[in-house]
Design a protein around this ligand. Structure first.
Ligand SMILES: C[S@@+](CC[C@H](N)C(=O)[O-])C[C@H]1O[C@@H](n2cnc3c(N)ncnc32)[C@H](O)[C@@H]1O
Length: 341
């Protein structure tokens, strides 16, 4: 675990550490390279396990600890923390408890911007609200508010479609994205926030990267690979990046996945797979099959899934997700047929 001595948390010392003179000194003797050396040791990884109050969440324990670590030990208040897709407040609470224990920061500022529609979908109903009178389409905002109440003073909440929100010129120091559920949302979110990152400081967390159902995230990060250095991958979840340089608005616009032909996207996914730790590759291979389904190349998708099963016969998740992908492809094909009838 990377920790600072208690003396650094003393209010006088903490106040001094907020001055420009101190920050300039730290940049001079420390700076991005030293920061990166520390980050590459993955100090948030097990056994880092702070005692936290965590509401029900879709995140793993490892991801919660990682978010806390960034709020507590890394965040310096050079920009905001974006928590996009906060659901019942798991990510918000982890970040906010980190911020709350981080004495280098002003207590007066709402450092975290949390976003969600707070509208229940079928998955949330099935997995989190099965016994609740709330139904699909109802708001779960009150649950989020109750869960984050102890740290509410650090959080600004933005209800509604993230695409309909605006953002001023503020920089973003930690960008946690758990909202990239469609290509159009990804396009808006990346164009809004990526150019606001800080080179040599900002952290980007793509929660759905190591996942089968959102191949566009893998394609997008591959397009922008010269701007972000991967630091960590979590099982069936987040990829964590250090922003080495900031993509301009024009660069991000040019990297719009929605405008790319299938062949280019497949090529980018194949390249991404060569850089991933081997045990994550079956996930990327199934995400590739999902991409083929999105382009209605059902036969090729089936062949790709069968290839995954051949290559990783013992991989239980590759098997079960592959089966779900095939079901999804069948329904998608049937929908296409009925639309053209
Ligand atoms: C996977 S969940 C987030 C999980 C959460 N980070 C946690 O800690 O448990 C994704 C969230 O994104 C929200 N969401 C999806 N599309 C959205 C959109 N266009 N605008 C705002 N929120 C959206 C959903 O309501 C959902 O709560």
């Amino acid at each position: 675990m990377w920790a600072t001595p208690d003396v650094l948390d003393h209010p006088w010392v903490a106040a001094f550490r907020r001055t420009r003179a101190w920050r300039g000194f730290v940049e001079l003797v420390g700076g991005p390279r030293r920061r990166l050396r520390i980050l590459e040791t993955r100090p948030w990884a097990h056994p880092y396990r702070p005692e936290l109050v965590v509401p029900r969440t879709m995140l793993s324990e490892d991801e919660v600890a990682m978010l806390h670590w960034f709020g507590r030990w890394y965040f310096r208040g050079r920009g905001q923390i974006v928590d996009a897709g906060c659901f019942l407040g798991g990510s918000t609470a982890a970040l906010a408890q980190g911020v709350s224990a981080n004495h280098r920061l002003s207590r007066e500022r709402r450092w975290i911007d949390s976003y969600d529609t707070f509208v229940m979908d079928w998955y949330a109903k099935r997995e989190f609200f099965a016994d609740s009178p709330l139904q699909v389409g109802d708001s779960f905002y009150d649950e989020w508010r109750t869960a984050v109440e102890p740290w509410e003073r650090f959080v600004s909440v933005h209800r509604g479609d993230v695409c309909a929100q605006t953002w001023g010129g503020e920089k973003v120091e930690i960008l946690f994205l758990d909202v990239m559920k469609t290509v159009p949302v990804q396009t808006v979110v990346t164009e809004r926030w990526f150019p606001r990152l800080i080179a040599g400081r900002s952290i980007l967390i793509q929660q759905d990267y190591v996942h089968e159902w959102q191949p566009w995230i893998i394609v997008s990060m591959e397009l922008l690979r010269h701007y972000f250095l991967p630091l960590d991958y979590f099982d069936y979840g987040s990829a964590v990046y250090f922003c080495v340089r900031v993509p301009s608005r024009r660069t991000v616009e040019a990297a719009d996945v929605g405008a790319l032909p299938l062949a280019t996207q497949l090529e980018l996914m194949d390249r991404a797979a060569t850089r991933m730790p081997a045990h994550h590759v079956p996930v990327i291979a199934n995400a590739r099959a999902k991409l083929l389904i999105d382009f209605r190349r059902y036969d090729e998708a089936r062949a790709a899934i069968e290839d995954v099963w051949r290559r990783w016969p013992e991989h239980a998740r590759a098997r079960s997700v592959g089966e779900r992908l095939l079901e999804y492809a069948e329904k998608d094909a049937a929908k296409g047929l009925s639309a053209s009838a």
